[in-house]
Design a protein around this ligand. Structure first.
Ligand code: GAF
Length: 400
């Protein structure tokens, strides 16, 4: 029975592997290698598309993209992890032109061109230590690593404004080409994450870096990847989003955030399901605020109990949890976690638990034991120190 906590692959190792593959495939060195991380959201789930606050941290797990310009106007894409490669003329990219994992790459190139970036023909090879399909934002990590490579190839210097543009470009790729109608949280943390900080993304307010030092209280974030399947383009996520929009419309506001700010009651919403969706959003906004207060005073017990309450609301009112996520959270709490919740879009994927660092291994073993006793696929475990966002990893290779 395994409860082993897997360490994230070192960035240098990912770079070596992706460069080696690039050289083998293309017979030359790449001009640059760029990385972007996965994430866990600490609290504020399913709020980004309701203009509400969320508080993600970037993971040490990275997706890397090695890239080199070509003499023609074609894009070629391959991966060390995924079967099949993709190649097409730049002018043939766009919604409907490509399916599967390559859609995230081709989508970024297409959306960057739509934004007016003069992207040349490129060869791109990707590799990743972000678990795929685990609700840890492997899609955004891929998009953002590729977006940084695209900027270098087009000679665009990446400052804060360009990073904001890239969030929009990657979001378009995900929504319009890959078909997942997500908000912008994952791309924002992948591009703006900072070591030892959580990022407060709060509607249209400026981004705020919030110091995040659980280690000072002897605590860590344990990620429990339940390995229950998770996808954001199969209808469940889009339905939740539509129900939130419906609730806002019934309340006569532009977003549920607006309803929160005006302290509106939910009575005018007759449909029980739609009312419960809205209740999750309003109560979750309040939980984020209380979590920020608790963090500012180092009140980790309260942070833990807010994680628990967030999970209950996501399970009962928003109905995006699943038996494996519920089990992971309750087992972690039983093992001594201060709190635990599903993280990300849900319907499978990962949970996070705030645990005493010295007990992370024993809590992982206990969770694995509970899963084994139910004959469930064993979870994978990771630690989540708040890490740096997207960046060049091998600048020595970048030309021009
Ligand atoms: C997924 C989406 F991509 C995010 O935009 C966000 O809505 C999240 O689910 C739920 O908080 O990760």
């Amino acid at each position: 029975m395994s409860g082993v906590i897997t360490a994230a692959e070192a960035p240098e190792r990912l770079v070596d592997l992706v460069v080696e593959r690039f050289v083998a495939l293309h017979g030359r060195a790449p001009e640059g290698v760029f990385g972007a991380p996965g994430r866990v959201n600490l609290i504020g789930e399913h709020l980004d598309y309701n203009d509400g606050p969320c508080l993600p941290i970037a993971l040490p797990n990275l997706t890397v993209a090695a890239a080199g310009r070509r003499a023609d106007s074609r894009l070629s894409v391959s991966s060390l992890q995924q079967d099949g490669s993709f190649e097409a003329d730049l002018n043939a990219l766009g919604p409907g032109a490509v399916a599967g994992w390559a859609a995230y790459v081709a989508g970024v190139v297409w959306a960057a061109r739509q934004k007016g970036i003069d992207v040349p023909g490129m060869d791109i090879v990707v590799h990743s230590s972000v678990p795929v399909g685990a609700g840890l934002s492997s899609s955004a990590a891929l998009e953002c690593a590729v977006a940084l490579a695209v900027c270098a190839a087009a000679g665009v210097e990446v400052d804060g404004q360009v990073r904001r543009d890239l969030v929009e470009i990657c979001g378009r790729a995900e929504r319009e080409v890959a078909g997942a109608p997500t908000g912008g949280m994952d791309q924002t943390i992948a591009l703006f994450g900072r070591k030892d900080h959580a990022l407060l993304i709060d509607g249209s307010a400026p981004l705020r870096q919030i110091p995040w030092h659980p280690e000072c209280a002897g605590l860590s974030v344990l990620v429990i990847d339940t390995r229950a399947s998770h996808a954001l383009n199969d209808g469940g996520y889009a339905t939740r989003r539509a129900q939130c929009e419906q609730a806002a419309e019934l309340l006569g506001v532009s977003s549920l955030r607006d309803a929160f700010d005006r302290s509106l009651r939910l009575d005018p919403i007759e449909d029980d399901v739609v009312r419960r969706r809205a209740r999750h959003v309003l109560t979750e906004i309040e939980r984020v605020r209380r979590a920020l207060d608790a963090l500012s005073t180092g009140d980790w017990r309260t942070v833990g109990s807010l994680l628990d309450a967030s999970h209950a609301s996501l399970a009962d009112d928003f109905e995006v949890s699943c038996p494996e996520l519920d089990l992971a959270c309750s087992a972690a709490r039983g093992g001594g976690a201060l709190g635990a919740r599903m993280t990300g879009g849900g319907f499978g994927g990962s949970a996070i638990a705030l645990v005493p660092s010295e007990r992370a291994g024993s809590i992982a073993a206990l969770v694995a034991g509970v899963f084994a006793s139910r004959r469930l696929v064993l979870p994978a475990f990771h630690l989540a120190p708040a890490s740096q966002g997207g960046r060049p990893l091998a600048p020595r290779l970048v030309s021009g």
